[in-house]
Design a protein around this ligand. Structure first.
Ligand code: SF4
Length: 510
């Protein structure tokens, strides 16, 4: 074990103790970690990013820590889950990187950090505008051995210990007697985040999740009861509340995910939404996926309009920077992830669906490879990484800013290769001869009205976001978040050494 690994292992042991410890020690340690994050992420800035980008990364990290701390305060994070999260999520995911020298040297490239896998297309709901077009009649699923091999390979080849599961409804996936939680148990050094409609999380499922400790569900809502039931079916919101109750009872941390559209974005991006799901229900995080016009009944008219996307950005910044709650928007949070993360980018991911089709992203339904075929022909996940479509998108990501120095980064508030740069995506799809995975994806490439509409959307959002990017990220004026935290930082810096010493003593006494 090298020195770095020993130091990390020591950190994890301490964190495990702290997460399960008394309130005063936990709060003090979270404060110290928040301050250390400023030093490590903002001041050191190992990636040469615009300063506000690093400030955003720090804000999200702190918001996540505060969320876990709040859950522990309320007694809805069990001691066993806290220990497992420290070991697996913090130790194997956050502190371990697929960019480590030994991984990169052995492969000759930096691999993705995680995969998105949808093991089944089946769903018990039939939501309007579902990007995955899932429904009760779709029975296509990965078999246990293929799913298992994907997870094993990504860990062994890339050192990746994080998997995002979507669908379909993941908790409906079965192969014989074995279900999703059997797979999670088999890969107990990996952490799983599962996007689910929540309707299958009964008391026994929540209990099994708590015993495993390496899984967190992100449950879909569309606003409050009225909006959720309108899209997902009557009675769905009540089932979601029951799932929350079961998860709280067994101490499993959970999040929510929501799809803002032109019609419901104001409800979702509101203080009332945050009060309800974070303060009342106990969510630790929230992912927003603004409606993407791809999939069932795709419609450009449902997209959040550009001026409202800007308003959503402002509200979300307030939630994260001021209220310190983790609300991430797959598009407006682009600076935090250094832009688009799809197509197997370093630190990013790619997507494998229930048919084994391999795509750059859950929202980019074009493919050059299928995992079953790759395995039949003797290949592995590295073969998938070499997809000509992925290579073209990665080249675009690099040119757009990912491998550029801070001053060469283009506007990461418009990061998305399909939503914000449709012509670039179309060019990559055509030149790599990627096939659309369904008829809606085919139409998106050939329907002139659709193509024109997407290109126009990209131009509008660029016009609105460019001045914000220039002022707050390029010129470095920020939007007030840094200044608001400066006072708190000064206090923390003054007391940190004392808190640190106390923390060490208390951890040892446990
Ligand atoms: S293609 Fe768009 S949705 Fe997919 S990872 Fe990139 S930015 Fe996100």
């Amino acid at each position: 074990m090298n020195v770095q690994t020993r130091v990390k292992a020591g950190c994890v042991r301490q964190l495990a103790g702290v997460l399960a410890s008394r309130r005063i020690l936990r709060c003090a340690t979270v404060n110290v970690a928040a301050m250390a994050a400023h030093r490590r992420i903002v001041q050191r800035d190992g990636h040469d990013r615009p300063r506000q980008v690093q400030e955003d990364v720090r804000s999200y990290f702190v918001a996540l820590l505060r969320g876990l701390n709040r859950a522990a305060d309320r007694g809805i994070l069990s001691a066993h889950v806290a220990k497992r999260m420290a070991d697996v999520f913090i130790g194997n995911v956050l502190l371990r990187s697929t960019e480590d020298d030994d991984v990169v040297n052995s492969l000759g490239f930096a691999p993705p950090k995680f995969l998105l896998v949808s093991p089944t297309g089946r769903c018990n709901l039939r939501c309007k505008g579902c990007y995955a077009e899932s429904d009760p009649g779709n029975h296509a699923s990965l078999d246990f051995d293929t799913f298992d091999r994907i997870l094993t390979e990504k860990r062994e080849l890339w050192g990746s210990h994080f998997t995002v599961i979507s669908g379909g409804e993941p908790f409906l996936w079965r192969d014989g007697e074995r279900d999703l939680l059997d797979m999670v148990a088999k890969h107990d050094s990996d952490f799983f985040m599962v996007y689910t409609n929540g309707t299958q999380i009964d008391d026994d499922t929540a209990r099994r999740m708590a015993e495993l400790g390496n899984i967190s569900p992100a449950i879909s809502v569309e606003g409050f009861e009225e909006e959720t039931d309108a899209r997902r079916g009557r009675g769905t919101h009540r089932k979601v509340l029951t799932a929350f109750e079961n998860l709280r009872k067994h101490g499993v941390p959970f999040g929510v995910s929501a799809t803002p559209t032109k019609d419901n974005w104001e409800v979702i991006a509101s203080d009332e939404f945050v009060d309800y799901y974070f303060d009342r229900e106990g969510a630790v995080y929230c992912w927003l996926f603004q409606y993407m016009p791809i999939g069932r009944e795709q419609s450009l008219d449902l997209m959040v309009e550009p001026e409202n996307r800007v308003e959503m950005l402002r509200r979300m910044q307030g939630f994260v920077r001021e209220r310190e709650v983790f609300v991430a928007d797959f598009w407006n949070s682009g600076p935090t992830s250094s832009g688009c993360i799809c197509a197997g980018r370093r630190g990013g991911y790619f997507y494998i669906d229930w048919n084994g089709d391999i795509m750059p992203c859950g929202f980019v339904p074009y493919s050059t490879d299928n995992i079953h075929q790759i395995y039949r022909e003797g290949g592995d996940l590295n073969t998938a990484f070499d997809s000509p479509l992925f290579k073209r998108i990665r080249e675009w990501q690099d040119d757009y800013g990912f491998t550029q120095p801070a001053e060469g980064v283009s506007n990461w508030l418009c990061p998305c290769v399909i939503r914000d740069h449709f012509s670039s995506l179309k060019d990559a799809v055509v030149r790599s001869s990627a096939r659309p995975i369904n008829k809606e994806a085919a139409e998106a490439m050939t329907d002139p009205d659709y193509c024109r509409g997407m290109v126009e959307y990209g131009k509008s959002i660029k016009r609105m976001m460019d001045p914000i990017w220039e002022r707050e990220y390029v010129d470095g004026q920020g939007s007030g978040g840094s200044e608001q935290h400066a006072g708190a930082r000064a206090v923390l810096e003054r007391f940190a050494p004392r808190l640190q010493r106390k923390g060490n003593n208390d951890v040892r006494s446990h």
